[in-house]
Design a binder for this molecule. Structure first.
Ligand code: SAH
Length: 211
């Protein structure tokens, strides 16, 4: 159930659902999602579905990981990317194999510790971790060529807009819990261009931190 063939079937399904970026699909083919969930759920790791990872959080649906990564990369390769919501680290692992450097923030420390260990085991070394509230972004490391938020925000966090480089891209689910919409925001020389995409369902972006 965790074999290469199962993973190939998942990636074929993602292609059927419309994902096109071959680099993203190739990375998803090579990334062992079953190692990011509890052993008891490993047999479901290559279904195209979100799964619980403890602390009331989930590992995102593979289609959504691929879709958001494609949106982030669709204007060309990126150097520095900020991820808000490390969770189990699966999206972090996918991103880290496609961009130069990933800075990732998580508000639940124990989740982030596990993610850190898992990525080290996979020999993914271009990730810098921070335990904190991603609503504020990570100003000390800004500007970013891309920012990916993997939890649903009630409104667009203004700090994140300010931390985008010119030409930088922000992909974020925004809205009330059952009315979230995926947004792509691009910073241009003279302002921001907003693109509203499909409806989505993410766990909420929450304030503050937890051990
Ligand atoms: N990226 C994960 C998905 C994680 S779910 C994956 O690959 O599957 C969303 C994560 O965002 C949760 O772990 C949650 O704790 C975290 N989160 C929610 N609000 C946050 C905030 N304000 N700052 C940082 N992380 C936050």
């Amino acid at each position: 159930m965790t074999s290469q063939r199962t993973r190939e079937r998942l990636v074929q399904r993602l292609r059927d659902e419309g994902l096109k970026n071959l680099d993203v699909l190739d990375v998803m083919l090579r990334t062992p999602r079953h190692l990011f969930v509890d052993e008891a759920l490993a047999h479901r790791a290559y279904e195209d579905t979100a799964l619980p990872i403890g602390n009331n959080q989930t590992i995102s649906q593979p289609y959504m990981v691929g879709r958001m990564t494609e949106l982030l990369l669709s204007a060309g390769p990126l150097d520095k990317v900020l991820e808000v919501g490390t969770g189990c680290g699966y999206q972090t692992a996918v991103l880290a194999q496609l961009v130069e450097r990933v800075f990732t923030i998580e508000r639940i420390q124990s989740l982030q510790e596990r993610a850190k260990e898992q990525l080290a085991e996979l020999n993914i070394r271009n990730v810098v971790y921070r335990w904190g509230d991603g609503w504020e972004g990570w100003n000390a490391m800004a500007p970013y060529d891309g920012i990916l938020v993997t939890a649903g925000a009630k409104e667009i966090p203004q700090a994140l807009l300010g931390q985008l480089a010119i030409g930088g891209r922000l992909v974020i689910p925004v809205g009330e819990i059952d009315k979230q919409q995926l947004l792509l925001i691009v910073r241009e020389l003279d302002g921001f261009v907003y693109q509203r995409l499909e409806g989505v369902r993410f766990v909420p972006l929450l304030p503050g931190t937890l051990p």
